[in-house]
Design a protein around this ligand. Sequence first.
Ligand code: FES
Length: 102
Amino acid sequence: MTHPDIFQPYEKLVEIEILGRRFSVPENNSLLRCFQYLSLESISYGDFCWNGECLNCQVWIRDGEKEKPAMACRTTVAEGMQIVRLAPAIDLGEAAAEAGHE
Ligand code: FES
């Protein structure tokens, strides 16, 4: 599997959960890069500033009993992260379809 050289260097993939489904994504990368890894076209051509200004990349991460909002472009992925909600601009394309979320 090859990807353009847009990702931070990584040696392994970590497992995260998006809307209840597990995905393996590259460590050391922002969540938005991880989404791009899962759905290269839709995220690459999506309406994202990539620098913390537009909020189109907002996600909600489970934090104990709560859901904590975060900007995917400013949040580094971590093993076991549970993303429970995505801003409408985040289109995970095929990955989301496989997850049963359209
Ligand atoms: S992509 Fe614009 S705030 Fe994250």
